[in-house]
Design a binder for this molecule. Structure first.
Ligand SMILES: Cc1cc2nc3c(=O)[nH]c(=O)nc-3n(C[C@H](O)[C@H](O)[C@H](O)COP(=O)(O)OP(=O)(O)OC[C@H]3O[C@@H](n4cnc5c(N)ncnc54)[C@H](O)[C@@H]3O)c2cc1C
Length: 213
């Protein structure tokens, strides 16, 4: 006896069967996707699973170690991305003062003419480009009443402490004791390049030769 199908499908049945297979296929993929969207129990599992979607909202961690910041983990990238949220005037101010006082703490004891010019320009540019307009305008006035002094590291850090205090006073904040500025803003933990032979011959200190260019 031949094994040929004795009941061949008519064209309508064939089309119906094809759609049925297609629907089943889609259903299978969707259920795999949903299963993948739930985070696995260990972080190593999550990193080795290459079929996970890049991220899905259902897999967002409910809380993070960074307090109120919302973070999305990209398992394959092993990186954290902060969801954008507006930066407050206070946060911006603290970050900028941190940058400026840290810069002043690293400033050379014997700055070159170029370095003195650079910090002066930096302050002027800051007073023009500072992202908070009212702060920038106020800082312009502060600078014109208190011209920058950057003849040495201590001169620059004391001047900066003074202008920060001018801003503090205008905001009704406490005045910082500038004799304590070195205790508050110490040296930066950063790998330093070795001094060249010329630097050493000229008696340039390690902290200063990192600055010479
Ligand atoms: C150039 C500039 C201009 C600004 N202008 C304005 C403005 O017009 N209006 C406004 O609302 N905000 C302004 N801000 C922001 C404001 O100065 C503060 O940064 C913000 O209010 C947050 O204050 P804070 O109390 O957390 O400490 P911050 O003043 O940000 O100080 C940060 C830290 O620095 C230390 N510190 C404080 N004073 C001194 C000092 N004199 N010397 C050394 N270290 C010090 C303290 O440990 C303090 O915690 C300005 C910021 C900058 C950088």
């Amino acid at each position: 006896m031949s094994s040929v199908n004795q009941n061949p499908m008519n064209p309508n049945q064939l089309i119906f069967k094809t759609y049925q297979n297609l629907a089943q296929c889609i259903q299978t993929h969707v259920s795999h996707f949903l299963a993948d969207s739930h985070p696995p129990s260990s972080s190593s599992d999550s990193l080795s699973n290459h079929h996970r979607p890049l991220f899905s909202f259902s897999s967002l961690p409910s809380s993070t170690s960074s307090g109120d910041l919302s973070l999305i983990e990209f398992p394959q990238e092993k990186s954290l991305i902060k969801l954008a949220k507006p930066v407050s005037k206070e946060e911006l101010g603290r970050a900028t003062w941190t940058f400026l006082h840290t810069l002043a703490a690293q400033f050379p004891n014997r700055p070159t003419r170029q370095q003195k010019k650079d910090v002066k320009e930096l302050m002027t540019i800051l007073s023009r480009l500072y992202p908070c307009k009212e702060c920038a305008d106020h800082f312009k006035e502060v600078l014109s009443a208190n011209p920058i002094q950057a003849g040495s590291q201590s001169e620059f850090s004391q001047w900066l402490c003074h202008v920060h205090n001018v801003v503090n006073i205008s905001l009704g904040k406490l005045v910082f004791p500038c004799q304590r500025v070195d205790a508050r803003w110490g040296k930066l933990e950063c790998r330093e390049r070795a001094c060249s032979e010329t630097d050493k011959q000229q008696g340039v200190t390690v902290s200063d030769c990192n600055w010479y260019y």
